[in-house]
Design a protein around this ligand. Sequence first.
Ligand code: ZN
Length: 113
Amino acid sequence: MHELSVALGIVNIAEKETKKAHAKSVELIELEIGTLAGIEMESLDFVWETAVYNTVLEHAIKKVTVIEGKAKCLDCDTVFKIVHLYDSCPKCQSYLKGIIQGKELKVKALEVV
Ligand SMILES: [Zn+2]
């Protein structure tokens, strides 16, 4: 499952940061996940407990900020919300666009103890 490797990647980052800070465990982890990042939130929640078991994240509270997909049309400069990467401009129907946000997948903050 794709989400499991994502979760394990997050655990990896958290382990490194915790070590760097000479801390023992993480109290809170904040993630930013874009709607275009290809992550199913339900699947991530589902694999989370397995992924964090016996790691610094085991008792951490997980906060997820969802970043909505946004793009700018390269033909008419309209900024619009996109749900799928192949969505076209609502104004001129062009498929040429630049993604402004929505592909985020990152650890925004960690609170360690
Ligand atoms: Zn357009």
